[in-house]
Every structure is written in structure tokens, then in C-alpha cells.
Design a protein around this ligand. Structure first.
Ligand code: NAP
Length: 231
């Protein structure tokens, strides 16, 4: 097995933590971006995992991340960190959603992941896989599923999808694979206890999809199992 170096944001809990544990368990090196690394004490003990402070809304953290990666190669970046924004009832039409919360969600779900790509790009260029996975959501699709509401979440993830397409085009000549990926509905703080997948199941499927990612799927929107989704 070839050892890969994987940079994962939002690795302190949920799908991100499960991804970090899955990749480290498979013998890969994991650079685990956490907003509060000091609280991720159990993850810090996992062999192969290095914690790095990354709050996507902190230009200081993003600058420090670029410095951390200066002399390194990263094979895969998983832009996993994300936020729902305000509670879903507030995000319904006529709900009490605030511009401040919406802008905060935009920073976390769209601008932040783009800035992480910028910070990691030299290291990704030194890597062997040149793969960027932007964790999106099926509710960002313009065509599926036909539900209303969730304006903060779906609009900011749709922006991430647009960024994904742009990056895939800009980096195509350098043999990069850049995709948006729906991780399934997962039992996390965001997905709730009734979601069908555990974080461990989602993480295992995501990694399998990354390992088998065809070049032709760059710039596309994928389900957790690698199947193509409509934008
Ligand atoms: N769960 C689902 O069913 C589902 C479905 C579709 C898509 N997704 C997507 O999957 C990804 C992971 O979601 P999850 O279910 O694991 O959610 P989660 O349990 O709520 O975890 C979210 C993660 O993102 C981090 N985060 C939030 N804002 C951040 C910021 N400004 N800077 C850095 N990290 C930040 C959190 O860090 P803290 O611990 O510091 O808050 C946490 O590690 C998200 O992008 C989400 O939109 C999830």
C-alpha cells in the first residue's frame, strides 16, 4: 500500500473525525484541521494524526496552515468542515434568519474551503494524487431534491459547488481532480441520530470513492459512493 498524506478540515468531530481515524487506521498520514485542537485530545493520540489549528474564518489560521505545509506534500485535501447556519426553522421562508448568520455560513462553507485550497496548493502540487474533495450536500443541487427552505445552507453549498467547477477547470492541465461530494445523510450533530449512515460508514465510502476517482469525474458532483449527481 502506498502511504498518502491527507489534509482534512473539521476533523474534531463528526464525519471529519471519522475520516481522520479511517485514513490513519489504513496507514496514511493525516493532517487534521480542527478549530480547537486542544479539545481533540483523543484524536491527538491516534498514530499518524497531526493536529493543526484551522478555523476557516480566521485569516491568521489559514496563513499559518500555508506555512505548516511549506515543505510538505499533500496528496488529498478533504474540505470537510461546514456549517448548517442558523436552525432550519429560522431558514424557512419567512423565518427569522439574520444576514450575519448567513454571511458567517458563506465564510465557512464557500470562502473558507477556497482559502484552504490556496493555502494547500503548493503542497498539493508536490503530492502524487492532486485531489481536492469539497464536501457539499445533496440539498445544494438545483434539481434534486425538490424541497424549499434551508436558504443559508443550500446557497452557501451551491457556491462551494461553483468554486469546485472553477478549480477543476483551472487545475485540469496540472492533472488535478477536484470534486464536490455528498457524504450521505450521516449520524452527526448536523445529520441527527436518525440518519442512515454512521460517520464511520460514510468515511469508509468517501475514502473508497477518493481512491477510485476517475479523471473524467473532475469538476463533477458525486454521491458518497462515487455515483454522479446532478448539479
Ligand atoms: N451529516 C450529514 O448528514 C451531512 C449531509 C450532507 C453534507 N454534510 C456535510 O458534511 C460535512 C461534515 O458534516 P458533519 O455532519 O460532520 O457536521 P458536524 O458534526 O456539525 O461537524 C462540523 C465540523 O465542521 C467544523 N466547523 C464548523 N465551522 C467551522 C469553521 N468556521 N472552521 C473550521 N471548522 C469548522 C466543526 O468544528 P467545531 O467542532 O469546532 O464546531 C466540525 O468539526 C459538512 O460540510 C456538512 O455540510 C453532512
Amino acid at each position: 500500500m502506498t502511504t498518502r498524506t491527507v489534509l482534512i478540515t473539521g476533523a474534531g468531530r463528526g464525519i471529519g473525525e471519522a475520516l481522520a481515524r479511517h485514513c490513519a487506521g489504513a496507514g496514511h498520514v493525516v493532517i487534521a484541521g480542527c478549530r480547537s485542537p486542544e479539545t481533540a485530545t483523543a484524536l491527538a493520540q491516534v498514530s499518524g494524526v497531526e493536529l493543526v489549528r484551522v478555523d476557516l474564518r480566521s485569516p491568521f489560521d489559514l496563513g499559518a496552515l500555508a506555512e505548516t505545509l511549506e515543505a510538505r506534500a499533500v496528496d488529498v485535501l478533504i474540505n470537510n468542515a461546514g456549517t448548517m447556519g442558523e436552525g432550519w426553522e429560522r431558514q424557512a421562508l419567512g423565518g427569522a434568519q439574520t444576514d450575519a448568520a448567513w454571511l458567517e455560513a458563506f465564510e465557512t462553507n464557500a470562502i473558507g474551503p477556497y482559502r484552504v485550497v490556496e493555502a494547500a496548493l503548493p503542497a498539493l502540487r508536490r503530492g502524487a494524487m492532486r485531489t481536492v474533495v469539497n464536501v457539499s450536500s445533496v440539498v445544494s443541487s438545483l434539481t434534486h431534491p425538490p424541497i424549499g427552505g434551508l436558504y443559508q445552507y443550500r446557497s452557501t453549498k451551491a457556491a462551494l459547488n461553483a468554486i469546485t467547477v472553477g478549480l477543476a477547470l483551472d487545475l485540469a492541465a496540472e492533472d488535478f481532480r477536484v470534486v464536490a461530494l455528498h457524504p450521505g445523510l450521516v449520524q452527526t450533530r448536523m445529520g441527527g441520530p436518525d440518519a442512515p449512515y454512521t460517520p464511520e460508514q460514510s468515511a469508509a465510502m468517501i475514502w473508497r470513492t477518493i481512491e477510485g476517482l476517475p479523471a473524467a469525474h473532475s469538476g463533477r458532483f458525486l454521491n458518497v459512493d462515487g455515483a454522479l449527481l446532478d448539479w
